[in-house]
Ligand binder design. Structure first.
Ligand SMILES: Nc1ncnc2c1ncn2[C@@H]1O[C@H](COP(=O)(O)OP(=O)(O)OP(=O)(O)O)[C@@H](O)[C@H]1O
Length: 703
C-alpha cells in the first residue's frame, strides 16, 4: 500500500502482516487470556490495538539526580545507586513497610513501600538499581533521611529501560492493570510485532511532509529517546489518522459515484410545479438555491448523495418534500426516515396534507404499529402502490421491501450512523439520498463526518421571523413567569413546558412530567387547556394531542424531550424549559427551535441555575445567541467532538491521537492532498485492503 501502484506480492505481504496484527493480544508474550480480558476493557483486543494504545502523558525520568541534591527538591525524581540495606518494618499490626537503602557516592536514599512485602525479594545488597518516584522530605527534617515513596524501580544493568531513566509513558488504566504491567506488555508487543506493521503512508507522502516511518513513530510514541522524537512521532500519527480517514471517505465516495447508474429524473414537471404553487409562501433565496442544487443532482444518472444543513426552522421540510415529489413524479418510490416516532408522525401529518392534494400515496411505518396494518403496508409497498413511506429505523428492517425505491430522505439530526444510512440506501438500486441535519457543524468537521456527501446549506430563515428572546430565571421567578405565560395565552398564543431531563430513567422522567402537568392544570392554568406528552403516551393518544395542539385546541403542552426535534406549530410562541442546566447545548437549541416559527415574538425561558462552570457556559450561550452555528461551535468547544457527535453512534471514527478541534488544519491539508492524489492516480489504493485497515484502526463502521 505504500507504493503508488502496489505490486501484487507487496499487497499479499501487507495482507499477511495485517492478519498477524489482527491476532488477539493474548498471544503476545506475557499477556495470556486473563490479561487479554482486562485489556479488552480498554478497547484493546488485537495486537494492532496494543501498538496503537497511546500514552495519555509522559513522565520525564531521563535525568538522574545525585542523591545529595534531593534535599532541595520536590516532585518526581530518578536516582541510581547500589543497594546497601534492605529492611522490613512492622510499625503496627497489619502493616508492613519495606525500606531499601541505596548509595550513589553522594548520599543515601531510601525507597519505601507500604504493604507490598514481595518487594523485599526484588533486591539484594550490592544490586545496582534505579528508583523513580516522589521525594518525601518529611523524615529528612526529622531524621535526615531522604525517602522516595513507592518508587518505580529497575535494575541498572537491564539493557532497555522502560520505567525509569528515560521519558516514560503513562497510559490510561483500568482495574487490574498497573502502569508497570501495561508498559511491559507494550514493550513486548513492540519487540515482537513492530516489524509486521506496514507503513500506511506512502514514501513520497512521508518525504513531502517530513514524516517519520511508522516503526520509529510507534516506538517513539511509547518510548521516545527524547522530546523532539516524541513530538515528531505525534505529528506523524496525527497525520496518519487523518490520512486513513480521508482515504476511506474519498474512496467510498468514489465507489458510490462510479459506474453505478442512478435514476435520472426529468426537469421539473407538473407535480413539482403544482406543489410549489400550493404553498402559502414563496421559497427563500437559500431554499431556491438549495433546491436547484438538489434538482440538478436528481436529473443526473448518478445517485445523489447530499447533506442538507439548515438551522432549526429554516425550512428543510419543504425541500425534502420537493425532493420526494420529484422522484415520485418520475415513477420512483420515496422513503423518509426520521430518528423518533414523534418526528416521523409529524412529518407524516404535514406531508400528508400537502401530498393528498397531489394524489401522492403516503404511509407511515413505525415499530409500535399493529401487525395487521404493518403487513398491509409492506405488501402495498412491495407492489408499488405506495409512493412514499415515512418511518423510523423500522424502515431499514429486512422485511421492508420496495418496488422501486429511488429517493431516500433521512432526517438525521445526528442520530443515525453511517451504517444505518447505508442500509436504507441499499434497499433501492442506487437511490438518490438526501440527509438533513439541523446542527450546523463547522466545515472541517462536516467534511470528516459527511465527507462522502455533497453539502447544501440553507443559511437564511423565512422572512418575518423575529429572534427568540431567551431568558434565564431561577425557580423563585416561577409566579412571574406563569403570569407572563397567561398574558401570551390570552393573546391566542400557545406554550410548551419541557420537563427536566432525568438521566438513565425514563420512568422518573415521565413521572415528573405527569406531576408537572397535574400541577399546572390544577393549580396554575386551571382556566386553560393543558395536555401531557411523553415517550410513554400511547400512539393514538399522542397523535390526537399533537393534532389538538396544532389546531389550537390545547394551550399548554407539557412534554419530555420527545418534542425536541421536528415539531412544527408556528402559533406556539413560548418555550419553558425546566432544570435547563441539565440539558446539553444542542438539545436546548433544538428545543428553543420549536418556537419562533411564526410571525409572533417568541420567548424561551430557561428555569434553573447552573451548578457547574460548563452548565453556566451553556445557559449563557443560549441567552446570548440564537445562531445555530455559534451554538454548535460552543457546544463542540465545551464537550469535545467525541461527546458532541456521540462518536460510535454516528460512525465518527475514534482517532488514536488526532483531535478534530486542535488539529483541524492538518485535517484540511491532508484532505486536499489525498483528494489530489486520488484524482491523479485513482487506482492508487486497493480498496479491499483499505477497508481491512480502516476496520482495524477505527472501530466505527464508517466505511
Ligand atoms: N420560504 C418560507 N416562507 C415562509 N415560511 C416557510 C418557508 N419555508 C418554510 N416555512 C415554514 O417555516 C416553518 C419551519 O419549516 P420546517 O419545519 O421545514 O423547518 P425545519 O428546517 O425542518 O426545522 P427543524 O429542523 O426545526 O424541524 C414551517 O412552518 C414551514 O411551513
Amino acid at each position: 500500500m505504500n507504493q503508488p501502484v502496489p505490486k501484487t506480492k507487496e499487497q499479499l505481504d501487507i495482507k499477511k502482516n495485517l492478519e498477524v496484527l489482527a491476532g488477539s493480544v493474548q498471544y503476545v508474550k506475557g499477556i495470556g487470556p486473563k490479561r487479554a480480558q482486562i485489556l479488552k476493557r480498554l478497547g484493546v483486543e488485537n495486537i494492532m490495538d496494543l501498538l496503537y494504545y497511546i500514552p495519555r502523558e509522559y513522565s520525564d525520568r531521563s535525568e538522574i539526580i545525585p542523591i545529595a541534591e534531593l534535599k532541595n527538591l520536590e516532585g518526581e525524581v530518578t536516582i541510581k545507586g547500589e543497594v546497601v540495606a534492605i529492611q522490613e518494618l512492622r510499625p503496627k499490626r497489619g502493616m508492613k513497610i519495606i525500606k531499601v537503602a541505596i548509595h550513589d557516592g553522594t548520599g543515601l536514599a531510601f525507597g519505601v513501600w507500604f504493604n507490598q512485602p514481595y518487594i523485599k525479594n526484588q533486591f539484594k545488597n550490592g544490586d545496582k538499581v534505579i528508583f523513580s518516584g516522589k521525594v518525601n522530605l518529611k523524615n529528612y527534617y526529622r531524621y535526615r533521611k531522604i525517602e522516595l515513596n513507592n518508587p518505580v524501580y529497575e535494575n541498572l544493568k537491564s539493557e532497555e529501560h522502560v520505567h525509569t531513566k528515560r521519558i516514560v509513558p503513562i497510559y490510561p488504566l483500568t482495574e487490574g492493570l498497573t502502569q508497570k504491567k501495561i508498559r511491559e506488555m507494550i514493550k513486548k508487543a513492540i519487540d515482537g510485532y513492530l516489524h509486521y506493521m506496514p507503513d500506511l503512508i506512502p514514501d513520497f507522502f512521508r518525504e513531502k511532509f517530513g514524516l517519520m516511518p511508522i516503526d520509529l513513530a510507534l516506538k517513539s510514541i511509547h518510548f521516545p529517546e527524547n522530546r523532539s522524537l516524541l513530538e515528531e512521532a505525534k505529528r506523524r500519527l496525527i497525520f496518519e489518522d487523518f490520512f486513513l480517514l480521508q482515504m476511506g471517505i474519498l474512496v467510498k465516495r468514489k465507489i458510490i459515484q462510479s459506474d453505478k447508474r442512478g435514476y435520472a429524473c426529468k426537469e421539473d414537471q407538473k407535480l413539482v410545479k403544482d406543489f410549489l404553487n400550493s404553498l402559502p409562501f414563496t421559497l427563500t433565496n437559500a431554499q431556491k438555491r438549495v433546491w436547484e442544487e438538489i434538482s440538478k443532482d436528481l436529473q443526473r444518472d448518478k445517485p445523489m448523495y447530499r447533506l442538507l444543513q439548515g438551522d432549526v426552522g429554516s425550512g428543510k421540510t419543504v425541500i425534502a418534500a420537493l425532493t420526494l415529489i420529484k422522484g415520485i413524479e418520475n415513477g420512483l418510490q420515496g422513503a423518509l426516515m426520521a430518528p423518533t416516532e414523534i418526528l416521523a408522525e409529524q412529518h407524516y401529518l404535514s406531508l400528508k396534507e400537502w401530498f393528498d392534494v397531489l394524489k401522492i400515496r403516503i404511509e407511515l411505518l413505525t415499530g409500535s404499529m399493529k401487525k395487521k396494518s404493518k403487513e398491509r403496508i409492506l405488501k402495498e409497498l412491495k407492489d408499488g402502490k405506495i409512493d412514499l413511506l415515512i418511518g423510523t429505523h423500522a424502515l431499514i428492517q429486512e422485511e421492508v421491501q420496495f418496488h422501486k425505491l429511488g429517493v431516500v430522505v433521512i432526517d438525521e439530526q445526528h442520530r443515525f450512523g453511517v451504517h444505518q444510512r447505508d442500509l436504507l440506501r441499499k434497499k433501492g438500486l442506487h437511490p438518490h439520498v438526501l440527509v438533513m441535519t439541523a446542527t450546523p457543524i463547522p466545515r472541517s468537521l462536516a467534511l470528516t463526518i459527511y465527507g462522502d456527501l455533497d453539502l447544501s446549506v440553507i443559511d437564511e430563515l423565512p422572512p418575518g421571523r423575529k429572534p427568540v428572546i431567551t431568558l434565564q430565571r431561577g425557580p423563585e421567578a416561577r409566579d412571574k413567569i406563569y403570569s407572563f405565560v397567561k398574558e401570551q395565552l390570552n393573546q391566542g398564543r400557545q406554550a410548551y413546558v419541557v420537563c427536566p431531563l432525568i438521566e438513565d430513567s425514563d420512568v422518573i422522567e415521565v413521572e415528573s412530567a405527569i406531576r408537572m402537568a397535574e400541577y399546572l392544570s390544577n393549580e396554575v392554568f386551571y382556566d386553560y387547556r393543558v395536555a401531557l406528552l411523553t415517550g410513554q403516551t400511547p400512539r393514538d393518544e399522542r397523535d390526537k394531542i399533537m393534532r389538538d395542539f396544532r389546531d389550537g385546541k390545547v394551550d399548554i403542552l407539557v412534554a419530555t424531550t420527545v418534542i425536541e426535534v421536528g415539531v412544527d406549530v408556528p402559533n406556539a410562541s413560548i418555550m419553558i424549559i425546566e432544570d435547563a442546566q441539565r440539558f446539553g447545548l444542542a438539545q436546548l437549541h433544538q428545543l428553543r427551535g420549536r418556537v419562533g416559527r411564526g410571525h409572533a415574538q417568541s420567548y424561551c425561558i430557561l428555569i434553573g441555575e447552573a451548578t457547574t462552570p460548563e452548565g453556566e457556559r451553556r445557559l449563557k450561550a443560549m441567552v446570548e445567541t440564537n445562531d445555530g452555528f455559534k451554538i454548535a461551535e460552543e457546544d463542540l468547544a465545551i464537550r469535545g467532538p467525541g461527546e458532541f457527535f456521540g462518536t460510535r453512534q454516528h460512525g465518527l471514527p475514534e482517532f488514536k491521537i488526532a483531535n478534530l478541534i486542535r488539529d483541524w488544519q492538518v485535517l484540511e491539508q491532508v484532505r486536499r492532498e489525498v483528494k489530489d492524489l486520488l484524482d491523479k492516480s485513482p487506482d492508487f489504493i486497493n480498496s479491499d485492503l483499505l477497508k481491512v485497515v480502516l476496520k482495524m484502526r477505527f472501530k466505527g463502521s464508517f466505511v
